[in-house]
Ligand binder design. Structure first.
Ligand SMILES: Nc1ncnc2c1ncn2[C@@H]1O[C@H](COP(=O)(O)OP(=O)(O)OP(=O)(O)O)[C@@H](O)[C@H]1O
Ligand SMILES: [Mg+2]
Length: 319
């Protein structure tokens, strides 16, 4: 199955400040802020929704085509994605601009001061699917990206009759009601977390029943309570996969999506697709960062079977 995953590609620069921000912000003096925090650690993590989903799909043995824009500092990131089996030929590199970057400083109370620099992501608008890939995709994933680029891609999929997964994630906050409605009504599958679903329902007035009646598959993830899949008149309740430890919840949503997509590409039923998503999410939850976990397909299948039953279906992956 030819899956094109479009979405952001970013670096996360994460700093730890061994103190409390509030001790350095003086009440009454907040109109003139000039503070500098001496930080103890700085790590750079690979991130971005598009890249995260593609990375997890590659771990699961697929060869997803990542579509997006990155900057002059992308070479190292590209080498990493290539080495793990992601097809990066549709990543457009914008010279003289940095890859989208998130800078966050976290203090001992877990307070965070962050800034997101859109960088090369702002150049995603105008980059068409037809230019990015020469093959006709079987499925396109529209993940968080520059909002205009997301709207353009949805239109291109609609015009070309290409099925797409609508995955607006955290961009739900910035996307207007008309576009959210359009995306939800035209996609084959809408996937969001509980909070994002509430926000879409509130902004657009759409109900779950309306989407289901229109033949859409709706997937709502509920964090540690699992996920719900509404498809073909059925409602599947997918439990979480028990984790060994909780290290960092960032990127679990993207990992879940990759597991789900792998299930779809394998032609499996919804319940199994959801459970594959849950296991993929568990790996991500056990590691800090969004692309620091690793497994082979046989390891994944063995682990899956410690808590879930696939009735032998996953043997198809092991060849
Ligand atoms: N504590 C947990 N233990 C095991 N699995 C979990 C846990 N929390 C979440 N998951 C898995 O991850 C899936 C997605 O979680 P969640 O709904 O929090 O996504 P999200 O809000 O999009 O996350 P993020 O945007 O931070 O990546 C859940 O449906 C579940 O399968
Ligand atoms: Mg999410």
């Amino acid at each position: 199955m030819n899956i094109v995953v479009s979405g952001s590609i970013a670096y996360d620069y994460l700093m730890r400040f061994p103190g409390r921000f509030r001790e350095h912000l003086i009440e009454g003096k907040l109109d003139r802020i000039s503070v500098s925090f001496l930080v103890e650690t700085l790590v750079r993590e690979r991130g971005g929704s598009g890249a995260n989903i593609a990375y997890n799909l590659a771990l699961l043995g697929e060869r997803p085509i990542l579509m997006g824009t990155a900057g002059s500092d992308f070479a190292e990131y590209k080498a990493w994605l290539d080495a793990h089996g992601v097809d990066t030929s549709a990543v457009r590199v914008i010279p003289d601009v940095f890859t989208a970057s998130f800078f966050a400083n976290i203090d001992t109370d877990s307070n965070q001061i962050g800034s997101f620099f859109t960088g090369a992501m702002a150049y995603a608008r105008g980059y068409r699917l037809a230019e990015a890939v020469s093959v006709r995709p079987d499925l396109v994933v529209v993940s968080p990206n520059d909002p205009v680029a997301m709207a353009e891609l949805v239109d291109e999929c609609c015009q070309g009759g290409i099925p797409f997964v609508f995955d607006p994630s955290q961009q739900v906050i910035w996307l207007d009601a008309d576009f959210l409605r359009h995306g939800a009504e035209r996609c084959t599958l809408l996937i969001v977390n509980e909070y994002e679903w509430e926000m879409i329902a509130k902004k657009t007035g759409l109900t779950r029943e309306q989407l289901v009646r229109a033949g859409k598959t709706l997937i709502v993830t509920h964090g540690s309570s699992g996920s719900h899949i509404y498809a073909g008149g059925e409602h599947y309740i997918i439990p979480v996969f028990p984790v060994a430890r909780v290290a960092d919840p960032t990127g679990i949503g993207d990992a879940y999506r990759a597991g789900l997509l792998k299930g779809i590409a394998s032609g499996f039923g919804w319940e199994l697709c959801g459970k594959i998503g849950a296991v993929a999410a568990a790996y991500a939850l056990e590691h800090t960062g969004t692309q620091n976990h690793h497994y082979t397909l046989p390891e994944f299948v063995e682990r899956f079977r410690t808590a879930f039953d696939d009735e032998g279906a996953l043997d198809a992956w092991l060849g």
